[in-house]
Design a protein around this ligand. Structure first.
Ligand code: NDP
Ligand code: 13P
Length: 328
C-alpha cells in the first residue's frame, strides 16, 4: 500500500522494529519489491503524527488497540485515520475465555470504534475490498473500497490511493464495509478447508453463497445495512479471499482440511489468519444473539473441536434451509 500511495504523495511508513528500519534504509527492498523513492521507513510514531495528517493504521486486530494507545498521545483532532484491518476488537474478556463465558455485542468493537475510543480523532474511515497483498506486490490491478461518514475523508483517500493499478470505490456505509471485510475471512478459511479436504467446487459454491447469507445476518445483528455485502467490500473480497492460494485465511484452512490440527498450523504459519480469531468471536456472538448460522457453527466445530469435515458437510447438506434467498 505504501508503494501505491507513493505514486501520489510522500509516504512515511512506521515500523516498531528498529533493526528492520535500519535494514530497509540500506537495501530498500521489502518482500522482494523495491520501495518507491517517496517511501521512508521510520521508527518514530511522534514524527509520523507530526508530519502526516492522513494516517493508515494497519496492524492485526488483536494488536490494534495497543497500537492506538502507543500513538494516541501524538494525535490531534485534525488527523484523519483510515484503517485497513480486517478483524474485531474484544474488551472485557480474553479470547481464550470466550468458549466458557460467551460474548455479547457490547464487548465487540470495530477498528473505527477503537480509534474513536482511544484518541481525539473523529474523522475516521476504513480501507477494504479485494486487496491480496501478494497480488498488489506483483503490480496486479485491484479495487479497494474507502468507507467513511465524512466526504472529506473519502476525498483525501481517493487522492492518495487511486492510481492506474487501483480503482477506489466509495461508500458511506462504514459499518457494513468494515464488517464485510472482517466476516469474509471466516468463509475464506472454510473454503480452504473444503479444498484441502479434496471436496469440489459445487460444495465450495454452496459454502460461499450461504456464507454470504451468514455475513449479512451478522451484519444486520450488529447494526449494519445489507448493501456493502453485495459490493466490492463484500462479494468482491469474498471471491478474492475464498478462492485464492494467496490468501492466508484460505491457506490456513487448506492445511486444516488436509488433516493438520489447529495448534500445528498456528505454530508453523508465520502468517496471520484473522478468520480464526473472528470465528471464535462470531460463533459465540451468534449464540448470544440466537442467530441461525450453521456454516459458522460447523466451521467452529471443525477448527476448534476437531469435528470431522465429512460430518460437517453432511450436516450442511441436510440442514433445513427454508428458501434459497431469504434476506432481500
Ligand atoms: N496482507 C493482506 O493481503 C491484507 C491484510 N489486511 C489486513 O491487514 C491487517 C494486518 O495484516 P498484515 O499486514 O498482512 O499482517 P502481518 O502479520 O503481515 O503484519 C503485521 C504487521 O503489524 C505490525 N504490528 C503488530 N502489532 C503492532 C503494534 N502494536 N505496533 C506496531 N506495529 C505492529 C507487525 O510488526 P512486527 O513485524 O514488528 O511484528 C507487522 O509488521 C489484518 O487485519 C489483515 O486482515 C487487509 C487486506 C489485505
Ligand atoms: O483481506 C485480504 C484480501 O482482501 C487478505 O486476505 P488474507 O488475510 O486471507 O491473506
Amino acid at each position: 500500500m505504501a508503494n501505491l500511495i507513493a505514486q501520489n504523495t510522500d509516504v512515511l511508513v512506521y515500523s516498531r522494529n528498529p533493526a528492520l528500519v535500519e535494514q530497509l534504509a540500506k537495501d530498500r527492498y521489502r518482500f522482494g519489491v523495491k520501495l518507491h523513492d517517496r517511501v521512508r521507513v521510520i521508527n518514530d510514531l511522534e514524527r509520523v503524527a507530526g508530519e502526516c495528517q492522513l494516517i493508515f493504521p494497519i496492524v492485526p486486530s488483536n494488536n490494534f488497540r495497543s497500537m492506538m494507545r502507543s500513538v494516541t498521545k501524538y494525535l490531534e483532532p485534525a488527523h484523519v485515520l483510515i484503517h485497513g484491518t480486517k478483524g474485531l476488537d474484544v474488551t472485557g474478556i480474553h479470547l481464550d475465555d470466550i468458549p466458557k463465558k460467551g460474548i455479547s455485542r457490547r464487548q465487540l468493537h470495530t477498528m473505527t470504534d477503537v480509534i474513536k475510543e482511544e484518541s481525539v480523532v473523529v474523522r475516521v474511515g476504513a480501507l477494504t475490498g479485494p486487496n491480496l497483498a501478494q497480488e498488489l506486490l506483483e503490480g496486479q490491478p485491484s479495487a479497494s473500497v474507502v468507507a467513511s461518514k465524512f466526504d472529506e475523508v473519502i476525498a483525501r483517500a481517493q487522492l492518495v490511493l487511486a492510481s492506474p493499478q487501483l480503482h477506489v470505490f466509495e461508500t458511506y456505509d462504514l459499518l457494513g464495509a468494515e464488517l464485510a471485510g472482517v466476516l469474509k475471512n471466516v468463509i475464506a478459511l472454510g473454503s480452504g478447508i473444503l479444498e484441502g479436504h479434496g471436496l469440489g467446487k459445487n460444495i465450495q459454491a454452496m459454502l460461499i453463497t450461504r456464507g454470504l447469507h451468514e455475513m449479512v445476518y451478522f451484519g444486520r445483528a450488529l447494526g449494519s445495512e445489507n448493501r456493502a455485502f453485495f459490493g466490492t467490500a463484500g462479494i468482491g473480497d469474498l471471491i478474492a479471499t475464498a478462492t485464492s492460494q494467496k490468501s492466508r485465511n484460505y491457506t490456513f484452512g487448506h492445511r486444516l482440511g488436509k488433516g493438520e490440527k489447529l495448534a500445528e498450523v498456528a505454530a508453523t504459519s508465520q502468517e496471520l489468519a484473522e478468520g480464526v480469531r473472528t470465528l471464535m468471536i462470531t460463533r459465540h456472538l451468534a449464540r448470544n444473539l440466537r442467530l441461525r448460522v450453521p456454516i459458522t457453527e460447523m466451521l467452529y466445530r471443525i477448527v476448534f473441536e476437531d469435528f470431522p469435515v465429512d460430518e460437517a458437510m453432511n450436516y450442511l447438506i441436510t440442514y433445513p434451509y427454508e428458501v434459497d434467498v431469504d434476506f432481500l
